[in-house]
Design a protein around this ligand. Structure first.
Ligand code: DQA
Length: 146
């Protein structure tokens, strides 16, 4: 089962960015951990990160063609981007929204996700393990429908 892991703006800054919210791992270190986990779960991962909304929309469109699922941390676009919401809604693959921090426990403007309604589900507040939990769901779901 192929899963696209897509990260949005400023997630390339992990490791140097507000560790109290996002932890101390870099994105490369998180991806390494996910790769190891995916191996054990029988998932094949691809990774993409961009700070640009249009590139993220295109990555979601591609993922709909090339993958059977998407793990998406849209960063701040979670709270602002109708374009990304529409891309999630039409990409054709189930999308799990993930966040390192728990946006519900932070500033008011982070409490709204424009994406949640069109995602399969959301995992937030567990650091890099939010991604791991999303992968675990895909592995369960994949073996259930096999
Ligand atoms: C985030 C939460 C967002 O509110 C924030 O803009 C991010 C990271 C998270 O992973 O906790 O960039 O998506």
């Amino acid at each position: 089962m192929k899963i696209a892991v897509i990260n949005g703006p400023n997630l390339n800054m992990l490791g140097r960015r507000e560790a109290r919210h996002y932890g101390s791992l870099t994105l490369a270190e998180i991806n390494e951990r996910l790769q190891e986990l995916a191996h054990g779960l029988g998932l094949e991962l691809s990774f993409f990160q961009s700070n640009h909304e249009g590139e993220l929309v295109e990555a979601l469109q591609r993922a709909g063609q090339e993958a059977e699922g998407v793990v998406l941390n849209a960063g701040a676009y979670t709270h602002t981007s109708v374009a990304m919401r529409d891309a999630v809604a039409c990409c054709g693959a189930p999308v799990v929204e993930v966040h390192l921090s728990n946006p519900q426990a932070r500033e008011e403007f982070r409490r709204v996700s424009l994406l949640a309604e069109v995602c399969q589900g959301s995992v937030a507040g567990f650091g890099w393990r939010s991604y791991a939990l999303a992968l675990w769901w895909f592995a369960q779901e994949g073996s259930r429908s096999a």
